[in-house]
Design a protein around this ligand. Structure first.
Ligand code: HEM
Ligand code: HEM
Length: 219
């Protein structure tokens, strides 16, 4: 649970240092991966899929850490509470910002929304690629490039049938959800960065610093 505030140098009360290495590394790796997959990689290309799988692994590890991790990283330290989030925003814009041991209630809602988008994007990515590993996809692409199309034929030799149509329909729907969730996530990430800037200004300290160094500046 929330750590008590500790006395700093000169007797001033300073908040605890909140972010352990797992939170920090997973945060920046996920942020870099989202930017790479949104802006740099070829959609559906092998790098895109590799990075997507890395995101899935990072998200899985971070969510397990939310149950067994350090006090501030646990879900119990930042429960989703829309009423508290609205109250927090009124306080923030009313000049009554205050410290929280983990994510503040508004940030908490944003964090859960970003995680939900990440989960949706990776799950639909897996549906579109038939959950084939990036290694298998690379091998199939190499075989097709070399003129061997047999890798794309189903092992049981099924022809066109209703099952194939359903599969195609599911793939198409997954692609649409993938695109919408990816776009929504990027909008939320921009709002998230704006929120970090506003909150940093209101609290008079840089919130990005502890997310990089794990420490808050001692006052
Ligand atoms: C951080 C995670 C990801 C982001 C931000 C992301 C983003 C995107 C975007 C913006 C598109 C283009 C959508 C369009 O305009 O139609 C796309 C397409 C695609 N993505 Fe992802 N994606 C991610 C993860 C994944 C994963 C995990 C997989 C597969 C395991 C995947 C497979 C695909 C495929 C197959 C396409 C369709 C390409 C096509 O239409 O030919 N993506 N992705
Ligand atoms: C696509 C880009 C990004 C995504 C998806 C993202 C997502 C997240 C998530 C999920 C968390 C919660 C971390 C956890 O508890 O494990 C978080 C926290 C945080 N992020 Fe990001 N982030 C992104 C970009 C950025 C950038 C560019 C910055 C810096 C300007 C930033 C600064 C922070 C900070 C300071 C926190 C902690 C907020 C607090 O004190 O409550 N993020 N972010």
């Amino acid at each position: 649970m929330a750590q008590a505030q500790a006395p700093g140098q000169g007797g001033t009360v300073v908040p605890p240092d909140p972010w352990d290495p797992l939170v920090r590394i997973s945060h920046w790796a996920i942020a870099a991966a989202v930017i790479a997959n949104y802006l740099l990689t070829k959609p559906g290309g092998i790098w895109h899929v590799w990075i997507g799988w890395a995101v899935l692994a990072l998200l899985g590890i971070r969510l397990i850490w939310g149950i067994i991790g350090t006090a501030e990283a646990r879900f119990s330290a930042f429960p989703p509470n829309p009423r508290a989030a609205v109250r927090h925003l009124f306080d923030l814009f009313g000049g009554r910002a205050r410290e929280h041991p983990s994510h503040n209630p508004a940030a908490a809602i944003m964090v859960y929304a970003l995680w939900a988008c990440l989960a949706t994007v990776t799950a639909t990515g897996l549906v579109m690629t038939g959950a084939k590993s990036p290694v298998t996809i690379a091998e199939e692409k190499a075989a097709v490039a070399a003129g061997d199309w047999s890798v794309l034929v189903k092992p049981d030799g099924e022809g066109e049938n209703e099952g194939d149509d359903n599969e195609r329909g599911l793939g198409k729907a997954a692609g649409e959800v993938h695109e919408v969730a990816a776009n929504l996530m990027v909008v939320l990430a921009l709002l998230h960065v704006a929120g970090v800037a506003v909150e940093s200004r209101a609290l008079g300290r840089n919130l990005v610093r502890p997310m990089i160094l794990g420490r808050r500046r001692r006052r």
